[in-house]
Design a binder for this molecule. Structure first.
Ligand code: NDP
Ligand code: 8X3
Length: 253
């Protein structure tokens, strides 16, 4: 085994995928999760052919409590010594006002972004408490600090992540466990394609006329956060593209 173990939820795309690549280069063994098994297998092969790290992939839907519990509890004991948990799996579904938004979209966002994060954190924090060490990084969003029209529930889920994160931070203080809230602005990933149900043209409009963050920019920030000395915790960090000043203020040329 390498010296450190990281568990990344939602490693099949975007921020989670890039973070897996970067942590593999930085002496982490990795537990990688997601629903798309073909992508998990491809990532595992890529990492194993390029780096010396060990990999376990767990293919489950984080919205389903029993699937999440069974997958995590199936880990061999030596893999439960997780140093870094990146609660990253998440999505926005739709962009619509309160009176006409799709209720199923609300369920997907709440179940993934809030309940999935909670199911995972409950189990992994128990293991961290036993070892009196660990670091949990919760991916929130600028939408966790501001609300924008037609995004009530996505913004609501990310505000919940911020609140949960702050409480976790205090609850886990006695055990020396670090908790960080990391809130990105616009990052060009599959996020908008998912939000607009596969409409690539509409997704492209989101990033038009300015340079958004890349998932690698966020991965590098995660590596920085996770490599601070034991007495330093990056508590709460907002990272935005230079052209973005708030959730709704993006300077486009
Ligand atoms: P992507 O769509 O590129 O990646 C999302 C990841 O989450 C995928 O690996 C996906 O895996 C996983 N995921 C989604 N739903 C589930 C589920 N039910 N069970 C298990 N895994 C799931 O988006 P990003 O990389 O951009 O998003 C990562 C995080 O960053 C999210 O929490 C998002 O809210 C947040 N964020 C994104 C921003 C952006 O502008 N892109 C800005 C701020 C925050 P699979 O589909 O294989 O299950
Ligand atoms: C993703 C960024 O502004 O689309 O969390 O909500 S935003």
């Amino acid at each position: 085994m390498n010296q450190k173990i990281a568990l990344i939820t939602g490693a099949t795309a975007g921020i989670g995928y890039e973070t897996a690549l970067l942590l593999a280069q930085n002496n982490y063994d990795l537990i990688l999760t997601g629903r798309r098994k073909d992508r998990l297998d491809a990532l595992e092969n890529k990492l194993k052919s390029s780096f010396t790290c060990k990999i376990i992939t767990l293919n489950f839907d984080i919205r389903i409590k029993t699937e999440t519990e069974d997958a995590l509890n199936s880990l061999p004991d030596e893999w439960k010594a997780i140093d870094l948990l990146l609660n990253n799996a998440g999505l926005a579904a739709g962009l619509a006002p309160i009176n006409s938004a799709d209720v199923d979209d609300w369920e997907r966002m709440i179940d993934t972004n809030v309940k999935g994060l909670l199911y995972t954190s409950r189990i992994v924090s128990t293991w961290m408490i036993e070892r009196q060490k660990g670091h949990i990084i919760n991916i929130s969003s600028i939408a966790g600090r501001e609300s924008y029209p037609n995004g009530s529930v996505y913004c609501g889920t990310k505000h919940a992540v911020e609140a949960i994160s702050r409480a976790m931070r205090i609850e886990l203080l006695p055990y020396g466990i670090k908790v960080t809230t990391l809130s990105p602005g616009a990052v060009e990933t599959e996020f908008s394609v998912v939000r607009f149900r596969g409409d690539q043209e509409r997704a492209d409009q989101v990033y038009k006329g300015f340079k958004p963050l890349s998932p690698k920019d966020v991965a590098e920030t995660i590596l920085f956060i996770s490599s601070r000395p034991p007495h330093v915790n990056i508590d709460d960090l907002l990272i935005l593209p230079t052209s973005q000043g708030s959730a709704r203020d993006i300077f486009r040329k």
